[in-house]
Design a protein around this ligand. Structure first.
Ligand SMILES: NC(=O)c1ccc[n+]([C@@H]2O[C@H](COP(=O)([O-])OP(=O)(O)OC[C@H]3O[C@@H](n4cnc5c(N)ncnc54)[C@H](O)[C@@H]3O)[C@@H](O)[C@H]2O)c1
Length: 240
């Protein structure tokens, strides 16, 4: 579980523990990793998913701790809000480095281990509804999440012969620390107005809503599901 110390990743770690799984988390914040390891009793290490040396060390540590990885949830990601005309090259590069390069590095390192072990596996990547539609002020983020979708499909094509299923999650607006930080700069009442006007179910999603979808994709109920994405958005994409 990358990014397993906060928001969707933390809720998913809790869900997998409740399902009886052994869980290993990583994040780029050492104190947060230590706190999560202590409070949940999971394995973990600090790792910046954009750095290949970090990722190789993390994949090896996770495999050792778990006795081989059955399920990878590649969840770590960052987002920032900026009009397209104002996005700096540095900001673009960092979002791509974490969200797209990070997903590539983590999935490749763990998939290599799964193939070598020969027992198949499940990979769940973290895209977004922003990978399916161009929300304004998120051009860099949108581009990375669309990239994650085609990376996911291509992995499914190439890894199916090894018994490895690969699918993406596309959450909509989920109440997490990431969104709280963005919303805090958008004025009083932003979230209430947003969910009322844009989300048919009339509420923000919970991290647990995404964790449930992830548990489904990781389970045998999804044994014939690969190369696709599951949208968890309260109906937002269905609005014309
Ligand atoms: N919150 C939403 O509405 C929403 C919607 C769609 C997709 N997503 C995606 O879900 C994922 C999790 O988002 P969240 O809202 O839970 O965010 P969050 O900020 O609450 O948690 C992000 C996690 O990723 C970790 N992380 C960030 N950069 C990292 C790096 N370089 N290396 C390793 N770990 C790193 C953080 O330490 C943290 O554990 C992201 O990929 C995000 O793009 C979120």
């Amino acid at each position: 579980m990358t990014g397993g110390t906060s928001g969707i990743g933390l809720a998913t770690a809790r869900r997998f523990l409740a399902e009886g799984a052994r869980v290993f988390v990583c994040a780029d914040d050492a104190a947060a990793v230590d706190a999560t390891v202590a409070s949940l009793g999971v394995g973990g290490m600090c790792c910046d998913v954009s750095r290949s040396a970090d990722v190789d060390a993390m994949a090896a540590a996770a495999s050792d701790w778990l006795g081989g990885v059955d399920v990878l949830v590649s969840n770590a990601g960052i987002a920032s809000r900026s009009p397209f005309l104002d996005i700096s090259a540095e900001s673009f590069d960092r979002v791509v480095a974490v969200n797209l390069r990070g997903t590539f590095l983590v999935t490749q390192a763990v998939a290599r281990g799964m193939v070598a072990r020969g027992r198949g596996g499940v990979i769940v990547t973290m895209s977004s509804t922003n990978g399916l539609g161009g929300e304004e002020d998120y051009a860099h983020y949108n581009a990375t999440k669309a990239g994650v979708l085609l990376l996911t499909r291509t992995m499914a094509v190439e890894l199916g012969r090894h018994g490895i299923r690969v699918n993406a999650l596309c959450p909509g607006y989920i109440a997490t620390p990431l969104n709280a930080a963005i919303a805090s700069g958008l004025g009083e009442g932003f979230v209430e107005t947003y969910v009322r006007d844009r989300i048919p179910l009339g509420r923000a999603g919970l991290a647990e809503d995404v964790a449930g979808a992830c548990a489904f994709l990781a389970s045998d109920d999804a044994a014939f599901v690969t190369g696709t994405e599951l949208v968890i958005d309260g109906g937002q994409l269905a609005v014309m």
